[in-house]
Design a protein around this ligand. Structure first.
Ligand SMILES: *Cc1c(COP(=O)(O)O)cnc(C)c1O
Length: 379
């Protein structure tokens, strides 16, 4: 079945519980024993196996075309459970440069403390990866689209390189969603999502997910069962509900972002627009090759530095000045001063993250209204 149908129906309990059309919320921490053989089969919310988890995992596996799935308490819980479960002291990881701020801190601070090392690589340049490889390299970590620069890695090359060198390939596909990109079909081993963003889509929960090879998802599940960052059944219910409209929402997000990117790229007060859906983007060819849409987030650099950027943030009337992205409402911020504060100035300079860059996460509002609002703000 097509993903639109899977989003609505995959994972539904059969037969329906008490005939309920929406899967009910099982707000029970523990469940009557069935003399489970293994610790991990004890039915308890932290074991990620309540009826709400089972239904949601089946839906997530179906829409990402993976063998198995796990949900977690946040996107960072998905990333930390994955890395702490699959990596060990002495391992080395190739990490796409300028990843999500939280992932950056996880590698540079938390995993480093346990002796897991990393090298940042330019994931758009496969010819540079061999030089970064070490005997201890175990994994390659990339993002579907980087945040906030919207770079598109050479994803097919990442998957091939990982296979050839026996590395586990992880991808954070939060910005793409399975509507725009299917990383497992391309050869990635594990897909990670911050479901806080598009998958839930309504800015009302935090949640994460890991989808992919059964053996890897099982290993991460066993790790997560000890680490403890499980998703509450009520949040499972909300995520399941949000997922049902993902396809409709992504169509509007894709459309809004491309139309706003085109508008801004013609505006005299804008120096530069970052959006791989624009033909002028250096990432456009790869975006066309891998994605069916370029997603709802774009970046732009106004002329006039930080004062000009801050004036725009104050003048827009529709987008909310807030962190996060992927909700039905448009959100706007200046990453260098908020989400990416933890990166050093030298690092930001090296990857081209200028302080006046604005990130715009387009919501599902009417395109005309968003463009008119930006026009008045720039005026
Ligand atoms: C938000 C985000 C995360 C972290 O997710 P949380 O749900 O906030 O923990 C990870 N990766 C990307 C790309 C994100 O945008």
């Amino acid at each position: 079945m097509k993903i639109d149908t899977q989003l609505v129906h995959a994972g539904e309990p059969s037969p329906r519980i008490g005939g309920a059309v929406a899967t009910p919320i099982f707000q029970s921490s523990t469940f009557e024993s069935r003399n489970e053989a293994s610790y991990h089969d004890i039915r308890y919310i932290r074991m990620n196996n309540t009826p709400n988890h089972v239904a949601l995992h089946a839906k997530l596996a179906a829409i990402e075309e993976g063998e198995a799935a796990l949900t977690t308490a946040s996107g960072m819980a998905a990333l930390s459970a994955t890395f702490f479960s699959l990596l060990k002291t002495g391992d080395h990881v190739l990490v796409q440069q300028c990843p999500y701020g939280g992932s950056h801190s996880l590698f540079t601070h938390d995993l480093a403390k346990f002796g897991v090392t990393h090298t940042f690589v330019d994931a758009t340049k496969p010819q540079t990866w061999d030089a970064a490889l070490r005997p201890a390299t175990r994994a390659f970590y990339a993002e579907a689209l980087t945040n906030p620069l919207l770079e598109v890695a050479d994803h097919a090359a990442v998957a091939r390189f990982a296979k050839r060198n026996r590395l586990i390939s992880f991808i954070d596909s939060t910005f793409a969603t399975p509507i725009n990109f299917k990383p497992l079909a391309l050869g990635y081993d594990l897909v990670i999502h911050s479901c806080t963003k598009y998958l839930n889509g309504h800015s009302d929960i935090v949640a994460g997910a890991i989808v992919g090879r059964k053996d890897l998802v099982e290993a991460v599940t066993h790790g997560a069962n000890h680490l403890g960052g499980c998703l509450d059944p009520h949040a499972c219910f909300l995520l399941d509900r949000g997922l049902k409209t993902l396809s409709l929402r992504m169509a509007r997000h894709n459309e809004n972002a491309v139309r706003i990117a085109e508008f801004l790229s013609r505006h005299p007060k804008i120096e530069k627009v970052l959006y791989p859906g624009l033909e002028s983007s250096p990432h456009h060819q790869r975006a066309r090759q891998y994605f069916s849409g370029s997603g709802g987030v774009l970046g732009f650099v106004p002329k006039g530095g930080i004062p000009a950027a801050d004036a725009i943030l104050r003048a827009v009337k529709i987008p909310v000045h807030a962190a996060s992205l992927g909700g039905v409402e448009s959100l706007i911020l200046r990453p260098a001063g908020s989400t990416h504060q933890q990166m050093s100035e030298a690092e930001k300079r090296a990857v081209g993250l200028v302080p006046e860059l604005i990130r715009y996460s387009t919501g599902i509002e009417a395109t005309e209204d968003l463009i008119a609002d930006l026009a008045q703000a720039l005026g």
